[in-house]
Ligand binder design. Structure first.
Ligand SMILES: [Zn+2]
Length: 310
């Protein structure tokens, strides 16, 4: 199966601390590498975990609080110095104001860039597919935060059928026919016998999906957009003892994140965006586990393989 992996670079909220970096993560899907959010210190985290700069061509920014985007100008500058993999362009998907804020800094600090920075604005008040290639789509999901904010759902597209090794040998299927058969064609033997595709292949692997919902107060309106995703990363800034604080800052408690995960029937929940008031997030995990058993705490460097439901 082709890789579909999430790596957490930062899962703390508000400000960097010795315990957590601010928000950023990498989504590696087939041969592509995407970044979601880019808090301060993201470059150091990439170096620490040996993340590739060369494959990084698309960055998705959920909203314009500093802990989700202060790392961008530094990363853009470094990519300019490295020059690798960016002969063409770096694409940043964000709310429209980001280009207004960042373009003067790019012009000032990065004026001899070997690649172009292309901004792709999206609206925060509607769900929309904002990225689409042959293997994946990325859809925005409007969230409920102090300022305009969107989550992202990565959905793998249905792959090709798998050719059975024993059928290749049995019918001496030439390499030139493999692509057609993977796409559903029957095979015609040199004697003119038609071998139906169902006999030659097994069904494609079920597409996998990943949802990132941060920052947000709990909102059931997201459920239809994330129904059945394999992995959900959800804002869990506070424990339930701080539910008033969660409400006033438009964040979620761990238990509320678990309620959303349960309502959407996701495969696995990752709690993140922890308040720096916690030296130990185990109480957050415990309250979430009481609601939704397939829950883990995010931590820096953590890798999560997105596995399909079957
Ligand atoms: Zn925020």
């Amino acid at each position: 199966m082709e890789p579909f992996e999430i790596q957490i670079l930062g899962c703390g909220s508000a400000k960097p601390s010795t315990r957590h970096n601010t928000s950023s993560q990498l989504v590696s899907l087939r041969s592509k590498l995407f970044m979601i959010d880019c808090g301060e210190g993201t470059q150091l985290q990439m170096a620490r975990y040996h993340a590739s700069y060369a494959r990084l061509n698309h960055i998705f920014i959920s909203h314009l609080h500093g802990d989700h985007c202060f790392g961008l100008i530094g990363l853009i500058s470094t990519l300019g110095m490295l020059g690798c993999g960016h002969a063409h362009s770096l694409h940043i998907h964000a709310l429209p104001e980001l280009e207004m804020l960042l373009r003067p800094q790019i012009d000032f600090f990065c004026h001899e860039m070997p690649y172009e920075v292309v901004f792709h604005p999206f609206r925060a008040d509607e769900a929309a597919v904002i990225y689409d290639d042959r293997s994946v789509t990325v859809q925005t999901v409007p969230l409920n935060h102090r300022i305009a904010c969107c989550g992202f759902v990565f959905r793998e597209k249905l792959g090709q059928r798998h050719i059975r090794r024993d059928m290749i040998d049995a019918y001496e299927i030439p390499i030139s026919q493999m692509g057609l058969i993977k796409n559903g064609a029957d095979f015609v033997t040199p004697d003119g016998d038609v071998i139906p595709n169902e006999r030659l292949t097994t069904p494609p692997t079920l597409p996998r999906s990943y949802a990132y919902l941060c920052d947000t107060a709990p909102m059931t309106s997201v459920v239809p957009y994330i129904e059945g995703v394999d992995v959900l990363y959800h804002d869990a800034t506070f424990a339930s003892t701080e539910s008033g604080r969660a409400q006033s800052t438009f964040h979620s408690t761990a238990a509320q994140a678990a309620e959303i995960a349960a309502a959407a029937g996701v495969g696995k929940l990752i709690l993140g965006h922890f308040s720096s008031r916690y030296d130990d997030e185990c109480p957050l995990l415990e309250e979430a586990l009481a609601v939704f058993p397939h829950t883990v705490l995010a931590h820096e460097g953590m890798k999560i393989e997105v596995e399909g439901s079957s």
